[in-house]
Design a protein around this ligand. Structure first.
Ligand code: DAH
Length: 357
């Protein structure tokens, strides 16, 4: 039985070789391939079908013969395809096996993760620790201990997701509750940053998303004052956006800091290094699409930790003081890379994400 198979295979092999030698067009080559290799009706499959008729002891040898035939056919087809192209036509890539292999696509961090890591690296170098808190948070930590009592208007400003069946829990509306967690569990000196997700009941639009990312900073020690906050934020923002940057501290209001400051950076687009900011000699460009002509970009909230917050966390405000800040990662991404719509950051379109790095 096996001898008969051998003979037949040899005949098929010969006729295949004769045929392929005469083929000049990719279409004909494709048809030939179909005839010999198609899974249903191809010559090789027909042989394989017959395998089951063989007695067990002959099966391995028979299988080997068929596989040899298949290998010959495949090699010949590949060689011929390389010289005359495939049926997909003249655009079919010409291939030269001696050329270096084409680049493999290499992944990279998502822009948000990338920025978070940059900030982490910077603060790790300044001796800060990274403390990560839960996204489902006690209402007490998210609001009350941060000096935002019930019925305080600030609770409305941060429209909150409450959890069905858990009266005292919320999806945290900011990363600030990690200040509370950390102060309750550690004694000063404290130096942390806390990156992570925050959630608010916002309808998605170009600048809002119900889920977004923040980095919180907190430093508590003896004798900490506003100049420490200012120096730290200057270092952070200059290393992130460029050393020529100017900062502007505007009075602001946050219940958990006193005094509070909103921080603006000079527009890196239209206010060149050294002369930056509104009021600089040359002035901002009134048509600037980044700062809309004001020369300044609002970047983060900050302040000196409110004595009541220290007390709420068991730290004596007579002995210790501290500063805190909170910055939105999406905002940093949009400003630094000119991403016009926040939603682009969540669509995971590699054409967008691949542009940064
Ligand atoms: N938690 C504030 C927010 O989400 C941001 C913030 C402001 C954080 C001032 C702070 C701070 O630590 O001191 O809007």
């Amino acid at each position: 039985m096996i001898d008969e198979l051998k003979k037949e295979i040899e005949e098929v092999r010969q006729s295949f070789l004769n045929e392929i030698a005469q083929i000049q067009s990719p279409d004909k080559l494709a048809a030939l391939k179909e005839r010999y290799l198609s899974r249903k009706k191809g010559a090789v499959s027909q042989f394989l079908l017959r395998l089951r008729e063989f007695p067990p002891r002959e099966k391995p040898a028979a299988g080997q013969l068929i596989n040899q035939l298949k290998a010959t056919i495949e090699t010949e087809l590949a060689g011929r395809e390389a010289s005359i192209g495939t049926a997909s036509g003249p655009e079919a890539p010409w291939s030269d096996p001696s050329l270096p292999a084409s680049d493999l696509p290499v992944g990279r961090f998502h822009l948000i993760a990338d920025i978070q890591r940059q900030i982490e690296d910077l603060f790790l170098n300044l001796g800060y620790e990274i403390a990560v808190g839960p996204e489902v948070e006690l209402e007490d930590y998210n609001f009350t201990k941060l000096n935002i009592p019930e019925f305080h208007p600030a609770r409305d400003e941060q429209d909150t997701f409450f959890l069905d069946g858990f009266d005292d829990m919320v999806l945290r509306t900011h990363t600030s509750p990690m200040q509370v967690r950390y102060m309750l569990a550690h004694r000063p000196p404290l130096k942390i940053i806390s990156p992570g997700k925050a959630f608010r009941k916002d309808d998605p639009d170009a600048t809002h998303s119900p889920c977004f990312h923040q980095v919180e900073g907190l430093l508590v020690d003896r004798g900490i004052n506003f100049s420490h906050l200012k120096g730290t934020l200057e270092l952070f923002l200059r290393s992130f956006f460029g050393s020529g940057l100017n900062l502007r501290f505007r009075p602001g209001y946050f219940p958990f800091t006193e005094p509070s400051a909103e921080v603006d950076i000079s527009c890196f687009m239209c206010s060149p290094a050294g002369t930056s900011g509104a009021g600089a000699a040359s002035g901002p460009n009134p048509d600037c699409r980044v700062c809309k002509g004001s020369g300044w970009l609002e970047i983060l909230g900050s302040g000196m930790v409110h004595p009541q917050v220290l007390l709420n966390c068991g730290i004596d405000p007579e002995t210790y003081s501290g500063f805190a800040f909170g910055v939105g990662i999406e905002r940093l991404a949009m400003i630094k890379f000119g991403v016009p719509d926040l939603r682009l950051l969540y669509e995971n379109d590699l054409r967008l994400l691949g542009q940064f790095g």
